[in-house]
Design a protein around this ligand. Structure first.
Ligand SMILES: [Zn+2]
Length: 171
């Protein structure tokens, strides 16, 4: 087994072909051997044994439907806030580097989706512990709690395999 094998990621779709999770090569092989997935796209990685060769999939679908347990709630953390806000400062539009609480925590602002935004260093310094209307800053858009299939983006991360693309449209 080589480095490619260890770095490989397989996109697992639900039986409905909606993206569900990402599996390692090892996990994909286990799912194939237990007849739980149908391979949709293979990669050029293979796992050879004396009796057989298994092509490691790039995309596979479960042959049964599962209710996605994590579809309900996306963790409110720095990484997911950055994904929601596309790594862009929500005050000025440049690359974000930190998180700002719109109503500062010191003034009773809550740590919730509607009160946090990705923010650049400069805006964070301007904003500091002030209310928004005490500064020159304006929000580009009102922050919202993620909905729908947003959670799959948090699983896939920021650089999905290009070959997954057509299966991520619903995400
Ligand atoms: Zn900014």
């Amino acid at each position: 087994m080589n480095k490619n094998f260890h770095n490989h990621r397989t996109l697992i779709l639900n039986a409905t072909y909606q993206p569900l999770s990402i599996a390692s090569a090892k996990r994909s092989v286990a799912l194939i051997l237990s007849n739980k997935i149908n391979v949709i796209k293979t990669s050029n990685l293979e796992l050879r044994s004396e009796s057989s060769t298994i092509k490691i999939p790039k995309v596979a679908a479960l042959n049964y439907y599962v209710k996605a347990p994590y579809a309900r709630r996306v963790a409110l953390n720095r990484e997911n806030i950055f994904i929601r806000d596309h790594n862009i400062c929500q005050y000025c539009g440049v690359q974000a580097e930190s998180i700002d609480h719109i109503i500062p925590k010191s003034k009773g602002g809550k740590h919730e989706w509607q009160n946090v935004v990705a923010c650049c260093k400069r805006c964070n310094l301007i904003k500091a512990d002030k209310d928004l209307n005490q500064t020159i800053l304006k929000l580009i858009q009102s922050p919202l709690a993620p909905e729908g299939n947003f959670w799959i983006k948090t699983i896939i991360g920021s650089n999905p395999d290009p070959e997954w693309e057509e299966y991520l449209i619903s995400a």
